[in-house]
Design a protein around this ligand. Structure first.
Ligand code: DAH
Length: 342
């Protein structure tokens, strides 16, 4: 038995494990249920009484050595693993992540906001889920106005007071209710209308609303502000034309055309040979609207306008189908990557 133990001791000392599996096999060979240690301890019962003491010491020593060896080898293997994990090769080329690009509607939205910010317009936003007051009533819509019609507006059947806003003009009301003039702001955002989706209509689109309320604000201020915008947005030789129109919240109201930016006003297929393309609605804020928002129309006046972002984007980038803006096709979206870096 003594001889056997010495053999095992030599084996244990020599043993090394390259993998966790090899180490596990070693552990089973010695410490497993049917392993060498249990076998030796079973034999120990047969050892003669006078040798027992010596054998006991040797056996326990062997058991300790097995345990030590397993532990030190296990530590070594764990160390190697972490060393392998942290040994990054710093000379390898980096895997660049695709950074994506700005959505064309965002590019144009930011451009519009930027142009107005240069003449003192700050930015505010309002909720897309609105109530009747902010979307219609405060803006001087008559109770039977067709814009409230179920065809145009998304209502909530349980509560007809809750609507998805149909225009960003609702933010005018929210701002005027809480801000003392002078007010000079733009309100960008998404709006919703209950329309069948086609190349030229969508159930949602985007607008930038503008509002200027102060003492002595005139129609001339409106015209000059919008002319400045058109020239900055398109080109310095862009001309504008204001056509009388109707909106409940402005009086007088107008629709603004710009000289066609494709043909320069000569007339082409894009402008239907008129030389003009419509880009926004505008007007002087109706006295009733000022009153509804707690602003005295005897002291203050103002102008407002609403720009369709898709409309401008179509003009600038010549996008023919509205649906492309929300299809998330990267082949479409990537084309605008380097456009108009500001
Ligand atoms: N809210 C109108 C629309 O959605 C656009 C508009 C027209 C906004 C005239 C205005 C405005 O502020 O003065 O069609």
């Amino acid at each position: 038995m003594k001889e056997k133990i010495n053999q095992y001791l030599a084996e244990i000392e020599k043993f090394t494990a390259n993998t966790a599996e090899e180490l596990e096999q070693f552990r089973i060979r010695y410490s497993g249920k049917k392993g060498i240690l249990n076998e030796l301890f079973a034999d120990f019962r047969l050892v003669a009484a006078e040798e027992r003491r010596e054998m006991g010491v040797l056996l326990n020593d062997l058991k300790g050595k097995v345990q030590q060896r397993i532990e030190s080898l296990r530590e070594g293997l764990a160390g190697e693993e972490t060393a392998a994990a942290s040994s990054h090769d710093l000379t390898l080329p980096v895997n660049f992540m695709d950074a994506g690009s700005q959505h064309p509607l965002m590019i144009v939205r930011n451009r519009i906001i930027d142009i107005f910010s240069r003449i003192g317009f700050t930015v505010a936003e309002g909720p897309e889920i609105e109530d009747d007051w902010h979307t219609f009533s405060a803006l001087n819509f008559a109770p039977e106005h067709p814009a409230r019609d179920m065809q145009d507006t998304f209502f909530i059947s349980e509560n007809p007071d809750v609507v998805l806003r149909t225009h960003t003009s609702s933010v005018q009301v929210r701002v005027m209710e809480t801000t003392k003039p002078p007010i000079r702001m733009t309100f960008p955002g998404r709006v919703y209308r209950n329309e069948a989706i086609s190349a030229r209509a969508h159930c949602f689109f985007h607008q930038v609303e503008g509002l200027y309320v102060d003492k002595n604000v005139s129609f001339a201020d409106l015209r000059q502000t919008l002319l400045y915008f058109a020239k900055e947005m398109f080109s310095p030789d862009t001309r504008i034309r204001l056509r009388p129109s109707y909106f409940p919240f402005t009086e007088p109201s107008a629709e603004m055309d710009i000289s066609c930016n494709l043909c320069g006003g000569k007339g082409c297929g894009f402008c239907k040979y008129t030389g003009w393309v419509e880009i926004l609605g505008c007007g002087m804020v109706h006295p009733n609207v000022l009153k509804n928002c707690g602003i005295d129309p005897g002291v203050y006046s103002g102008f407002a306008f609403g720009i369709g972002i898709e409309r401008i984007t179509n003009l600038v980038f010549n996008v023919k189908d509205l649906r492309m803006f929300s299809e998330n096709d990267v082949r479409f979206l990537q084309q605008f990557e380097s456009a108009w870096q500001q």
